[in-house]
Write a protein of this length. Structure first.
Length: 171
């Protein structure tokens, strides 16, 4: 499958089969995260791969009761490491680390799809509750929760804005 085909085929999946993800597939997701670009190659990110059912349920509650999070065989919590990126000052803490973790998330989402998995990027959650559930160190800030599993159903593609609406050419 070509990269553009992968990008166009990926969907936000919120309904998962009750099927474990093999270890080699988990390892491939981790490699996709590791090889994402980052500011100054500082790699200011940390990912928590959560399999524990009770913790996934608590994360779902912290995510405004989005119960599908607890039903996925794997729930990933993506964090920025604000301590690592301090080298770049305020812009590093407020922007670069978010870009770093976002690139890694997208790598993981596309790789998951290519491997036959479904996932969804969840940004709606109570940050302090997630911090407490995972006992995060002070430098780590959770920015996304990503449930991952085999899709029970795949939605149709959503509409996209036109090329003219998304790109402005400056010549």
């Amino acid at each position: 499958m070509g990269i553009l085909e992968t990008i166009k085929g990926r969907r936000s999946i919120r309904d998962f089969k009750d099927k474990e993800i093999p270890e080699d597939v988990i390892d491939t997701l981790i490699e996709a995260i590791r090889w994402a670009p980052s500011a100054g190659n500082l790699q200011s990110r940390k990912f928590y791969f959560v399999f524990n059912k009770d913790i996934k349920r608590r994360l779902a509650d912290a995510a405004l009761s989005q119960s599908f999070i607890a039903k996925a065989p794997l729930t990933v919590v993506a964090c920025v490491d604000q301590g690592i990126i301090l080298r770049y000052g305020e812009r590093g803490v407020n922007l670069y680390c978010i870009q770093d973790v976002s690139a890694a998330i997208e790598n993981m989402l596309l790789t998951a799809y290519e491997l036959g998995l479904g996932s969804v990027w969840v940004g709606a959650f109570i940050e302090n509750e997630v911090r407490e559930i995972l006992k995060l160190p002070k430098d780590l800030r959770p920015v996304a929760i990503i449930p991952v599993g085999y899709p029970a159903r795949i939605p149709k593609p959503p509409p996209r804005v036109s090329k003219d609406e998304v790109v402005e050419f400056v010549r």
